[in-house]
Write a protein that binds this ligand. Structure first.
Ligand SMILES: NC(=O)c1ccc[n+]([C@@H]2O[C@H](COP(=O)([O-])OP(=O)(O)OC[C@H]3O[C@@H](n4cnc5c(N)ncnc54)[C@H](O)[C@@H]3O)[C@@H](O)[C@H]2O)c1
Length: 353
């Protein structure tokens, strides 16, 4: 198979963790004889501060027409307080490629990472499908009488029938393919009767197309409680943009921290973007301490999306082994730096090829 992957390191620790992901991709391509073309783009705060470039149209066009996937690090730099460059790049990719599924596995890979006393790593293994192109994050709204005692700020929550239905259907499709028995939908229709009545109705209607899968509704506040009390009850969860953002950070805590959480921004079957969930962590940048394992797990998701069967499971097993044996960064109990962690994974790939 011949595949082209756009690579955007971004800001802070982004380029450092992406470099380890690239090492893994290059090693796999060599070991398996794949024709992988990695296409780096220098985009991020440095470039923006140098020449004002955020996300040029020619880059967007190249990615959409020539690439099969994008690997992204993180964006955000204290020198750009309004996040102008980050917004253009992230939203340019998400909206430009219509990446409506933010897929975030909440999988704890080792007992040493499980923060809940009563539970083991194996009890935390589910995936959240977060709506990624609508909701309250689309920037519709305004401010009125700003800076006065009467000021008003309005942030609209946008939910289209098409948008809600397609993310719910993607969650059920995933459940069917993965052999899951349940799909939970987290909303707040008791307090948001307009937007989330639509979510509930769509959920019930789409569920009828999947008779073997139990559709369970859960209020999002209760979902936070249940994730901590008993994470084992969840297999596939679908929710809106805002609630998905919050639930999956709680989920990252169940996985062992931000350095362990992978994600895909997916339009099924189309060019999609994969990134670790964490941000650019400016205080860690340049110190070789950032955990690259979220990015390596993200590379696994990217390879599954591209049709390279079995590689995600192999990388996940090696990440588990890295944690088990301490070949990881201090944040997850290890003794290695960012680069040495990536090197160890590559070495194990070669030994087990
Ligand atoms: N998708 C993205 O690009 C994205 C996501 C979240 C935040 N951000 C941006 O990143 C910047 C920093 O944001 P933040 O501090 O809220 O979130 P962050 O994820 O960068 O950091 C949160 C905490 O997790 C730790 N952490 C994060 N990644 C880690 C890793 N790989 N290894 C070890 N520890 C890690 C950090 O040290 C910090 O304590 C901001 O500019 C924010 O807007 C970008």
């Amino acid at each position: 198979m011949s595949k082209k992957i756009a690579v955007i390191g971004g800001d802070g620790i982004g380029p450092e963790v992406v470099a380890e992901g690239v090492k893994v991709l290059e090693a796999l391509a060599e070991l398996r004889g794949w024709d992988l073309d990695l296409l780096p783009f220098e985009l991020g705060a440095d470039r923006y501060l140098r020449d004002g470039t955020t996300f040029p149209r020619e880059v967007a066009d190249t990615i959409a027409s020539e690439c099969d996937a994008v690997l992204l690090g993180a964006l955000g730099d204290p020198r750009v307080p309004d996040m102008a460059h980050a917004r253009d790049i992230l939203f340019g990719l998400r909206f430009g490629l219509d990446l409506y599924c933010n897929v975030r596995p909440i999988v704890c890979l080792h007992d040493s990472l499980m923060p809940l006393k009563k539970w083991r790593a194996a009890d935390c293994d589910f995936v959240v499908f977060r709506e990624n192109t609508e909701g309250i994050y689309v920037g519709v709204g305004g401010q009125f009488k700003k800076g006065t005692p009467d000021e008003i700020a309005i942030q609209e929550d946008i939910n289209s029938r098409k948008g809600v239905e397609r993310i719910i259907r993607a969650a059920f499709e995933h459940a069917r393919q993965a052999g899951a028995k349940t799909v939970h939908m987290a909303d707040k229709h008791n307090a948001m009767p307009h937007a989330h009545e639509l979510w509930l109705r769509c959920f019930q209607e789409v569920a009828e197309e999947y008779p073997g899968i139990e559709a369970r509704h859960v209020f999002v506040d209760a979902m936070c409680l249940f994730m901590v009390q008993d994470p084992s009850q969840f297999e596939v969860v679908v929710t809106c943009n805002l609630f998905g953002d919050i639930l999956t950070d709680l989920g990252a805590a169940l996985q062992g921290g931000m350095g362990m959480a992978a994600s895909g921004n997916v339009n099924p079957g189309k060019v999609s973007m994969f990134e670790p969930v964490h941000g650019s962590a400016p205080p860690l940048a340049g110190k070789d301490v950032a955990n690259p394992l979220a990015t390596i797990l993200t590379v696994g998701m990217l390879l599954t999306h591209l049709g390279f069967e079995g590689e995600e499971a192999r990388l996940t097993a090696l990440v588990r082994e890295a944690i088990e044996t301490g070949h990881c960064t201090a944040e997850v109990g290890g003794r290695l730096g960012t680069r040495a962690t990536g090197d160890w994974i590559v070495e194990r790939l070669r030994q087990t090829a």
